[in-house]
Design a protein around this ligand. Structure first.
Ligand SMILES: [Zn+2]
Length: 274
């Protein structure tokens, strides 16, 4: 599946569409007379593009949105979906409140083409939250939300659609892209990604890149384990950081991002990251 293929039905009335910007996946679950959208993209024009594309699928209103986590490319498009209920983890709210305005400015500097659109974004965090699991529904159809532990952030959740054999993994897994560690917990990500593997029985939709299956989830989990082991060896003095940077399992990770991953891990190992 490529970025211009439109909506793809990956399970019974469960759809995914890949957008070229950041090669991002947006999910849709259709219930009776209502639609649920997973992640809302970076800006209002991007969110409205989802809404326009939804008309190709359904005339149902979007009554529920789920944010996999609070990063700008997943949740800054929330407001145009109101009055839908927006679900996320408890800490998604605090994360967006704490970082939202600063991120708008940072991203505007990094992505000047988005600056004008980011300026109009009102950070609009989830209004319905949970800590461990929540079963919600869209048009009578149950959808399960689960927090599996810290990883890409301290509040990533996965979305399981019972009966459809589809799991949306958010940025806990990324295909054709390299996971972002800047807000991550590299040591916790090992157990969290193992827990995610155990939930994949059919299709796995990563936050970015093509959808995949259990083998891909297993290989990502192994990579997180290997990165954490390298970080422990650096911490114990058994390896140099230079050596670990050369040996880590994400060869496409830009050098600065790789350093940031090891730095986050080192901070965790020192006990300085709660
Ligand atoms: Zn993210």
């Amino acid at each position: 599946m490529g970025v211009t293929d439109g909506w793809v039905e990956i399970g019974d009335r469960v759809f995914v569409r890949r957008y070229a910007f950041y090669d991002q996946n947006i999910g849709v679950v259709l219930g009776d007379g209502e639609a649920l959208v997973i992640d809302t993209r970076s800006t209002y024009p991007q969110a409205r593009e989802i809404q326009a594309h939804l008309r190709e699928l359904t005339s149902y209103p979007v009554t529920v949105v789920v944010d996999t986590h609070g990063h700008f490319d997943h949740a800054f498009g929330n407001a145009p979906f109101r009055p839908a209920t927006i679900w996320g983890h408890d800490r998604c709210v605090t994360f967006m409140e704490r970082t939202g305005e600063a991120r708008k400015a940072e991203i505007a500097r990094e992505e000047p083409d988005l600056a004008a659109d980011l300026a109009e974004v009102v950070v609009d965090p989830p209004d319905r939250t949970f800590a461990e699991t929540a079963t919600i529904e869209v048009g009578g159809r149950p959808v399960e939300l689960r927090y599996l532990g810290r990883g890409h952030t301290d509040h990533d959740i996965v979305i399981d659609v019972p009966g459809a054999d589809v799991l949306f993994g958010g940025d806990l897994v990324e295909q054709g892209n390299v996971p972002f560690f800047g807000d991550g917990y590299p040591l916790d990500w090992v157990a969290t990604s193992a827990a995610l593997v155990s939930l994949v029985t059919g299709v796995l939709v990563p936050g970015h890149g093509d959808h995949a299956g259990r083998a891909f989830a297993e290989s990502q989990a192994a990579s997180f384990a290997s990165l954490a082991t390298l970080a422990r060896h650096v911490h114990d003095g058994r390896r140099s950081l230079t050596d670990a940077l050369a040996a880590h399992p994400f060869p496409d990770l830009p050098p600065d991002d790789a350093r940031s991953a090891f730095k986050r891990a080192a901070t965790q190992l020192r006990g300085d990251l709660d």
